[in-house]
Write a protein that binds this ligand. Sequence first.
Ligand code: IPM
Ligand code: MG
Length: 354
Amino acid sequence: MKIAILPGDGIGPEIISQAKRVLQTLRSDGLSLEWELGAIGGAGYESSKDPLPEDTINLTKAADAVLLGAVGGPKYDSLPRAMRPEQGLLRIRKELGLFANLRPAVVFPELASASSLKSELVEGLDLMILRELTGDIYFGQPRGRRQTESGEDEGFDTMRYSVSEIERIARVAFDIAQKRNGKLCSVDKANVLDTSILWREVVTKISEEYPTVELTHMYVDNAAMQLVREPKQFDVILTGNIFGDILSDEASMLTGSIGMLPSASMDVNRKGLFEPIHGSAPDISGKNLANPLATILSVSMMLKYTFNEVEASQRVESAVKSVLSQGFRTPDIYQAGSKRVGTQEMGDAVIEAM
Ligand code: IPM
Ligand code: MG
């Protein structure tokens, strides 16, 4: 099992260090894991003037899975767009064909009161957002700047999805729903957009292959509202790239602990890139304040989804649950009465629990 590890920027290297300790523990207990480090984002720009250096592309292509920290920082905000850290992320998704992005929003019982919603609305929440990641307005052509007939400048982008792109992401969604509570809500804007009308037709057609899954459709504006009104009505949400970007940030906040949530982006062969959903948090980087648990849970997802090592995956997840129930808290999830720890000490506690 070969892993490419890309620590990235900001708190990326610190949280990745703790995740590496988890991998080391699993390896010394017999899993045949190996890994190699590569640069991405601002770190790629520093080393090779490229947010996704050629070496990194080769490394990730040769690996079975990729573990990523986070990219970005104020230092790189004024660079031309092609050099910006986010481009590293967008390009690796495209290069590796990572079209299926799984973003769970799970409320850990110990942290329900950290949500900005009332505890009773979020207690027990376990929602999976499946976001299509390599199509839509993010990559549609043509795009750019042009002049209107009256000589004014305008910017434009193209929203697009082909039938085969919708079919393949829909099948992933139905598969996931089948293994969970059998409820799939497809989110679109079919009252306005042609892309969404096609999306709805294709998802409905694919649903015939999955008679045990109950499919519903919802407009994206309503979905944004329902997520804060009654989030527990959802099991799996399937949506396109841009709507998924927005709704997954909203859903993460329901859990009150963005520092706790992992994500997976997978190709057709279940090769995946695993990363915490939070960003590089430059304001707290290098201060031993970052929460490493989302990255450690990303390792757990990697073991489950790419390597099919269900037992090892559960071992890591249980260790995280155990440190929470023992009261260890990094500052982002600290509540009066719990044990305040830093990045390194949280890592110690996880290793101890394993
Ligand atoms: C995300 C991020 C990225 C996206 C950015 C950094 C390009 O917001 O992973 O959700 O928009 O996909
Ligand atoms: Mg986003």
